[in-house]
Write a protein that binds this ligand. Structure first.
Ligand SMILES: *Cc1c(COP(=O)(O)O)cnc(C)c1O
Length: 375
């Protein structure tokens, strides 16, 4: 049983319990649970927060990606470029839309796709790029947009982990043709269940996603296209309206936790996250690299009562689900190496400074005793 948890959602709830309880009770008393005023209000608020024209609430971040791909017309083996170092949803939604994921390797400093490798993978079948702002580190969107415009590709931002992250002061989610945000409970803006949103500036795409989420019906029981049932519900929207007010403060506390880790661990033998010029990282994860012995460090910390996580232990191109694509071990050496080196440390607003100091001390103690990897 660890005494320092990886994340503690109950502590966060306690800090805003009165407001949350009232918001939920108001929905219960309204008797209106699907597509009521909370969803509409929240869509407006989050679109404005992210600097987008429209937001369309859906059932999850995964559905936000899937409906984006469908609305952009991805189908029949269309190729979509993405990263192998991410959560499965960034790529399995491409397949569910009918497309084919084409992976490219990642950059070992930012963990995001290596932009300089995009062009070499573009073919006549390439229709879109799904970019992931992994762990809250924003991609260099200006460079990506140049490439996408040159080759006439759609951009879908998988901003599931990155709400509030910015590049040159501009929010992620506002760059792509669409962006997907997840409200999975442990995300920086988490609901108390599943939820997601699609952001877009395009009226046609907004309308198409609205149609898709309601079984393809604009008017009830008259179905223009084949759609799905994928809506953000009123209770989650009411909760998210309360939590959105705290998001900037919470993201800033994550940044403070990250700063403390960085200053305390900077002379240790670890590789720590960086922030390039113009980058505002929101540290959904604070992910270090342990050049050798990552699993031993993880068990040592666990035995000291400190919980850590590995995001991600397996790259997507080597997952059984994607075996049919024909990739092999060695195809994406950086992603494969990162899977053996990364370790995410507890980094959330409710983590006390005292606990954080304990984590740092335990890491330093371990490295002093056990680590002799040449730099
Ligand atoms: C969480 C996550 C998703 C999926 O979001 P859900 O709301 O869990 O469906 C997609 N992509 C990335 C990178 C994620 O971290």
């Amino acid at each position: 049983m660890s005494t320092i948890q990886f994340i503690n959602l109950y502590k966060q709830y306690l800090s805003i319990a009165d407001e949350i309880d009232i918001a939920i009770r108001n929905v219960l008393r309204s008797g209106n649970f699907i597509m009521g005023k909370n969803v509409g209000e929240f869509e407006k608020q989050i679109a404005s927060y992210c600097g987008s024209k429209y937001a369309v609430g859906v059932a999850s971040g995964t559905d936000a990606l899937l409906l984006s791909l469908l609305a952009l017309g991805i189908k029949d083996g269309d190729e979509v470029i993405t990263t192998p170092f991410t959560f499965i949803a960034s790529a399995n939604t491409i397949v569910r839309a009918g497309g084919k994921p084409v992976f490219i390797d990642v950059d070992e400093e930012t963990f995001n796709i290596n932009i300089s490798e995009i062009e070499s993978k573009i073919t006549s079948k390439t229709k879109a790029i799904v970019l992931v702002h992994l762990f809250g580190y924003p991609m260099d969107m200006f460079k990506v947009i140049d490439i996408a415009q040159k080759h006439n590709l759609y951009i879908i931002e998988d901003a599931a982990q990155a709400i509030g992250a910015k590049i040159n002061q501009r929010s992620v989610g506002s760059f792509g043709d669409t962006a997907a945000i997840s409200f999975f409970p442990s995300k920086n803006l988490g609901a108390y269940g599943d939820g997601g949103i699609v952001l877009t500036d395009n009226d046609g795409i907004r309308d198409q996603i609205d149609l898709l989420r309601h079984h393809g019906a604009k008017n009830k029981y008259y179905h223009e296209i084949i759609g799905v049932n994928s809506r953000l519900d009123e209770i989650q929207a009411a909760i998210l309206r309360v939590k959105l007010k705290y998001l900037d403060a919470w993201n800033n506390s994550r940044r403070e936790r990250a700063k403390l880790y960085t200053s305390t661990l900077k002379n240790s033998k670890l590789i720590l996250p960086i922030e390039k010029t113009g980058v505002f990282h929101t540290y959904h994860q604070f992910t270090i690299r342990v050049l050798s012995g990552r699993d031993e460090l993880k068990s040592f910390l666990f035995n000291q009562g400190i919980d850590t996580k590995i995001y991600y232990p397996h790259p997507l191109h080597l997952q059984p689900a994607f075996q049919y694509l024909g990739y092999r071990s060695g195809d994406f050496p950086v992603a494969e190496k990162l899977c053996t080196q990364v370790l995410s440390l507890p980094c959330y607003p409710e983590l006390s400074i005292l606990d954080q100091e304990k984590i740092c001390q335990a890491i330093i103690t371990y490295l002093d005793k056990n680590y002799s990897h040449p730099q």
